[in-house]
Design a protein around this ligand. Structure first.
Ligand SMILES: C[S@@+](CC[C@H](N)C(=O)[O-])C[C@H]1O[C@@H](n2cnc3c(N)ncnc32)[C@H](O)[C@@H]1O
Length: 278
């Protein structure tokens, strides 16, 4: 469906990937020596990296729970990552076992691991694809067998959690808008993303060291975005309470304690959930 050269190359040449570094930070087992070394470099530059990853996972869980409880019955998770604890289908299907989830990731390790844990779960799938090529994804969703998982004629929860920071400013609208604007009323959009206000809690040199580690180890360029830039990504969708906030401030009562609850600073990741009204 998509050009997977980037992920395939990094798998073969022993380079770290964003997904497997994240897996290591979350205590997962689907990572290789290059990922672990890169993640250790990241932790030296930014000791809160594991807490930030965990905080992101907990936000994702609270958002999914909120949307499943609100009645959404299908979830499209773009840049879904390697499965760990509290995966989207587990949270959603605890509310309604018939909920359908399509996981999409560019990293074959993430896709294989996801399909492994989805064995025997007929309403969920994982596919390898590049979400920066939304038309290919839309074609597959409308004309291929993925239409049995996600019916774009029904309200859909679209998830972009900790992924859009990999998309450069000149491409971001063309990546998000085609899928977002194809969703029908009753749909929802969830985004989590490192914010520019990150320097309120961390000094600028640690922020640039983090960017340097991702660039040199995983060939990933990280873009921070302001609240105004993130709000624009929601298009015509309306943010639900509490709006666009640091992740640990988003409905903390709905889940396990966020690691930032015990710190004197807010999570450097911002996030929100928005819905499309009729
Ligand atoms: C930090 S992980 C986030 C995982 C999950 N969304 C979460 O919030 O826990 C980012 C994921 O995005 C995936 N990714 C990066 N670029 C992608 C692309 N162009 N298309 C699909 N997936 C991509 C990576 O492989 C990785 O698994």
């Amino acid at each position: 469906m998509a050009d997977q050269q980037t992920s395939a190359q990094s798998f073969e040449d022993g380079r770290a990937t964003f997904s497997r570094m994240y897996d290591y930070l979350l205590g997962g087992v689907h990572n290789f020596a290059a990922d672990r070394e890169a993640a250790r470099q990241l932790l030296r530059a930014f000791p809160d990296a594991a807490d930030t990853a965990r905080s992101n996972r907990l936000f994702l869980a609270r958002a999914v729970r909120t949307l499943a409880e609100a009645g959404i019955r299908q979830f499209l998770d773009l840049g879904s990552g390697i499965p760990t604890q509290g995966n989207v289908h587990e949270i959603a299907q605890a509310i309604d076992p018939t909920i359908r989830v399509l996981y999409v990731d560019i990293d074959p390790v993430a896709v294989v691991a996801s399909n492994h844990i989805l064995t025997g779960n007929p309403t969920c799938r994982a596919v390898e694809a590049d979400f920066t090529r939304p038309q290919l994804l839309l074609d597959a969703l409308t004309s291929g067998d993925l239409a049995t998982v996600i019916d774009l004629g029904q309200p859909t929860a679209l998830l972009y959690c900790s992924v859009l920071q990999l998309v450069p400013p000149d491409l971001i609208d063309g990546v998000v808008a085609p899928i977002r604007d194809r969703l029908v009323p009753g749909s929802a959009l969830t985004i989590s993303h490192p914010g520019t206000a990150v320097t309120d809690g961390y000094d600028e040199s640690s922020v640039s060291s983090v960017a340097e580690v991702y660039r040199t180890t995983a060939a990933a360029d990280i873009v921070l975005r302001s609240d105004a830039q993130l709000a624009a990504l929601f298009g015509g969708f309306g943010l639900i309470e509490p709006g666009l906030v640091s992740l640990n401030q988003w409905r903390p009562e709905l889940g396990e304690p966020d690691p930032y609850a015990a710190k004197s600073m807010l999570s450097p990741m911002r996030g929100g959930v928005a819905v499309l009204h009729a």
